[in-house]
Ligand binder design. Structure first.
Ligand code: ARG
Length: 580
């Protein structure tokens, strides 16, 4: 169902000959109730039409007749003002939410379609750094959004579990083992081995050679190399999954780069059969000059396959296995060329479905001054310049716990402080990823990471708890949605809240079509702001009154906001506490 602003924009579009989207973006919420519920300013048109804004407003208003959901449309000064009929907005907001809370915000837009989402996909054998939060959260947000829109979703973790870095780990593991036969290999130890390798290699060039030797052994199936590789992968996965669970993230499939070791031969064969494989300086490539790109490297001079070969194989595998309509790769901007090359090669191979592959890019995370106690941080794990995601989460949870205990007003909050702190601290970490559009670069600072106030996950969670508390105070069960006398609502602030609720399904579908979970985050902040405007005007919006029908309608409105917020938080992977 179109929202009130969409309908106003459509009506205007019929008389102004401009696209409805453009007009919708111009609509404002008038500051005073007597100015209506939506206002269309005529200033910009004034230049084009060479007429005074009030005259344009008069002319437009006279051409529009008030049909649902509007009760009246009239010119007031330089604005065309739209007055909503409460009954009409109620249908597409509060009533719809209460009638079927679970279905609120879902659609069947994607019915019968499958989307594969490749996200997080870290290079393992070292703990997750804070930058991994980007792909991890954007991807998991998208997986829930697509599911809400009726798609069948397959989430894939394309782990970086193969490469010379495993050879490096083997070298330093062997050295450490020689010093201490009980050398352990948990994830923390792996990081030490990694740092040790790079420190040692600075003074000893032969180590790189030795590492390549170990990797070659691994590729050839040498028993000791394979044994160590398996241990490294297993230990990394243990640490990784622990974190994923805390972040409310999961995958249907873990199919890392190594999974394609025995599948690439066939892929390379198909590339060759399509007449695309060429030799270039001893390596095998697909020329992409006519596409304005450097050649895509398929086999290196030493015969080794590449990151691109694995991705080509993975795409073919995903298509044959899941028959996807879309395959999304949630990966940083830096890999843009890589994905353009891979998608182009797939097309050249005759894979029509490659059109469904999309690189969902995001900006870089860099480190602010002082994060590593020096002017310029390199963010390089090798130098130990790394902020671990787990540390960020732990610190956020600690900060949340402190605030919760300081402000706890009832026993129940104090008793549940541990769980609540985990929900709120993690809520802050997750939500900070959704505060900006994904393409924007982000600068990590501890102040920002640990900020639990302002536009944040905890603010939304707190609003949810507050709504729950209002309903607890009301204390009565609500009747069925159509037994509530919604016509009792009608102040402009109530209509504002109703309109905000009605926008939710559109926000979900826009977030999905733009692959931008931030749209939902933004929407939820707006919804809470609208609710708080009403809530602050206590005098006129009491819930407990002598007039039970009025109380019911207001409690119904509060419950509809709460459910919308609850569903939105769930889409983003945040808990919705009832007390805080
Ligand atoms: N492991 C890669 C990295 O950390 C990202 C993998 C993304 N997915 C893919 N299919 N290439 O840079």
């Amino acid at each position: 169902m179109p929202t009130a602003s969409q309908q106003a924009a459509r009506m205007l579009s019929g008389v102004i000959q401009k696209p409805a989207d453009e007009l919708a973006a111009m609509l404002i919420r008038p500051p005073k109730p007597e100015m209506g519920d939506l206002g269309f300013p005529c200033f910009t048109l004034s230049k084009e039409l060479k007429k005074a804004p009030p005259q344009i407003a008069q002319e437009l208003a006279s051409q529009l007749s008030a049909i649902e959901p509007f009760a009246e449309i009239k010119a007031v000064g330089p604005y065309v003002n739209f007055f909503l009929s409460t009954a009409a907005v109620v249908e597409s907001s509060a009533k719809a939410v209460l009638a079927d809370p679970d279905a609120w915000g879902t659609s069947s837009d994607g019915a019968g379609k499958t989307v594969v989402i490749d996200y997080s996909s870290p290079n393992i054998a070292k703990p997750l750094g804070v930058h991994h939060i980007r792909s991890t959260m954007i991807g998991s947000g998208l997986s829930r959004l697509y599911a809400a829109c009726g798609y069948k979703v397959v989430t894939v973790n394309h782990l970086g579990d193969w490469g010379t870095n495993f050879g490096q780990l083997m070298v330093s593991y062997k050295r450490a083992e020689a010093e201490n036969p009980n050398q352990s290999v948990d994830i923390d130890e792996l990081l030490k081995l990694y740092i040790r390798f790079h420190a040692d290699a600075e003074n000893d060039e032969s180590l790189e050679e030795e590492a390549r030797g170990w990797f070659k052994k691994l590729e050839d199936g040498d028993a000791e190399a394979v044994r160590l590789w398996k241990i490294f992968v297993e230990e990394s996965l243990k640490g990784l999954k622990k974190l994923y669970t805390r972040l409310n993230v999961s995958f249907d499939v873990y199919a890392g780069e190594s999974f394609f070791n025995d599948k690439m031969e066939a892929t390379v064969g198909r590339i060759e059969k399509a007449g695309l494989l060429e030799e270039s300086e001893g390596a095998m490539v697909v020329d992409l000059e006519t596409d304005g790109m450097p050649p895509c490297l398929i086999r290196k001079r030493d015969g080794a396959t590449t990151y691109a070969t694995r991705d080509l194989s993975a795409a073919e595998y995903r298509h044959s296995e899941y028959n996807f309509n879309k395959c999304l790769y949630v990966v940083a901007n830096q890999q843009e060329l890589h994905f353009r090359q891979v998608f182009r090669v797939l097309e050249k191979m005759g894979h029509d479905w490659a059109k469904g592959c999309e690189h969902v890019k995001f900006g870089m995370l860099s480190f602010g001054k002082g994060v590593f106690g020096e002017e310029k941080a390199t963010g390089s794990t090798r130098k130990g310049h790394v902020v671990f995601l787990e540390d960020v989460i732990d610190k956020a949870v600690d900060a949340a716990k402190k605030i919760i205990l300081e402000n706890a007003r009832d026993e129940e909050v104090t008793a549940g402080a541990e769980t609540l702190a985990e929900q709120v601290g993690i809520g802050a970490v997750i939500f900070s990823e959704y505060l900006q559009r994904r393409q924007k670069d982000v600068v990590f600072t501890w102040e920002k990471a640990l900020n639990l106030q302002g536009d944040s996950g905890p603010y939304l969670q707190y609003t949810h708890a507050r709504l729950s508390s209002v309903l607890r105070k009301y204390g009565k069960a609500l009747p069925a949605a159509d037994a509530i006398d919604w016509s009792r609502l009608g102040t402009s602030l109530e209509k504002g809240v109703l309109m905000a609720i009605a926008e939710y399904p559109a926000a979900v579908s826009r977030a999905t079509s733009e692959n931008e979970p931030a749209v939902v985050a933004d929407y939820l902040l707006g919804l809470c702001a609208e609710f708080n405007r009403m809530f602050t005007d206590k005098e006129n919006h009491r819930i407990v009154t002598d007039d039970e029908a009025l109380s019911q309608a207001r409690a119904g409105l509060v419950e509809a906001v709460r459910l919308t917020l609850h569903n939105g938080l769930a889409l983003l992977g945040l808990a919705a506490p009832e007390r805080m």
